[in-house]
Design a protein around this ligand. Sequence first.
Ligand SMILES: CC(C)(COP(=O)(O)OP(=O)(O)OC[C@H]1O[C@@H](n2cnc3c(N)ncnc32)[C@H](O)[C@@H]1OP(=O)(O)O)[C@@H](O)C(=O)NCCC(=O)NCCS
Length: 140
Amino acid sequence: MIRYEWVWRPGAKALREIAGLYRAAGWWEPGDTPQRICRMVMGSHCFLLARERGRAVGMGRAISDKTNDGYIQDVFVSPKLRGRGVGAQIVRRLALRLRIDGLGWVGLIAVGGTRRFYEGLGFKKMPKHEPMRFGESASA
Ligand SMILES: CC(C)(COP(=O)(O)OP(=O)(O)OC[C@H]1O[C@@H](n2cnc3c(N)ncnc32)[C@H](O)[C@@H]1OP(=O)(O)O)[C@@H](O)C(=O)NCCC(=O)NCCS
């Protein structure tokens, strides 16, 4: 059974687990530290962990202005657990939380190959819009 847990102030164990998920996702950058992950979690609108038998197997978070606009990002499910609805649950819970907290605009940047996953959860491609990132290293 999968359990979903909001993380507001991660302790050392949760930080290790979250760092492990970022590493597994390939989103761990040189210079990242558990302290940095801690600031990312605590600076997020909300951060969700999925656990199977106590072990962290998935995550996702939202960032926002806490008033109108929210973005979902860093959605990841461990490869062995994929295809069992965990990713969908993470995104649904994040989007619902943002709505409950009054945010009317909820968006995300879908990594290539995930568009249908997000469409199945109610997201639509924004016509005439392109995702963009500032700076030289815009690969991710
Ligand atoms: C994308 C990801 C989060 C999906 O997680 P998951 O737990 O396997 O997804 P679910 O099992 O909840 O899938 C829900 C539905 O979406 C479909 N789906 C899942 N991944 C899909 C994909 N890449 N493309 C199209 N459909 C997909 C499933 O078949 C399922 O469809 P159904 O409701 O008709 O059965 C997971 O593959 C992952 O962690 N990928 C690597 C990280 C990543 O790319 N994250 C997205 C960042 S934008």
